[in-house]
Design a protein around this ligand. Sequence first.
Ligand code: FES
Ligand code: FES
Length: 233
Amino acid sequence: MTAIIVGPTLCDNQFAQVEPGNVLRRRPYSRPWRIISLRDGRLHREWGNSCSKKLDRDCYGIYWVFGKRGTLGDYPWKEEVLMISLEINGKGYEVDVNSEVPILWVIREHLQLTGTKYGCGVGLCGSCTILIDGRAQRSCQIPVHETAGRRITTVEGLPADHLVKRAWIEEQVPQCGYCQPGQIMQAVALLSEDSSPDEEKILAAMDGILCRCGTYPRIKRAIRRALKEVGRG
Ligand code: FES
Ligand code: FES
């Protein structure tokens, strides 16, 4: 079994490892759930009326590649349900979960910590950013088993009067708010890794967290405000 990434600008080369007759199944909890297959050298959707030579944007994501339909039996995530111990926001949890499920879904669906947001599901938008052992990570890309025994922090784990949260409020950063938990967690990681980041470092660190509302100038101001407040800016 191989994992491949199907991008919005799919070209044949991305499917070099896929044989005719293979079934591609989107990784669990990746959006939206689709099954596609390769027949006659073309990709076909398995339901609906449409077949397409190329996948469109709806279909991009991470897929598992299986052998011919009907020959594989169970999918791996059905076989790997484990009890996993997690430490999130200083609290211990035991979850019975498929070990390959991204930690994002365990946080949101199993533990109902919905502050962490799901955006692209393929590691590109940053809205799912959390801290793992103090470092900013994209939770949609990390299988839960890799986080066992590590220190996980979500936006709910920051106290209400946390320096960065206060700066965010004072600068009135959010617009729709969807990307903001990811922005805040990335900013917290930046401030803990670098005592006085310059403009370039701030931009580089925040670069991967997309904001569709364009709140970037306010984000920058809030980071500067937080730095000033602790005498580092
Ligand atoms: S949802 Fe994880 S990076 Fe977009
Ligand atoms: S505030 Fe709307 S996406 Fe960033």
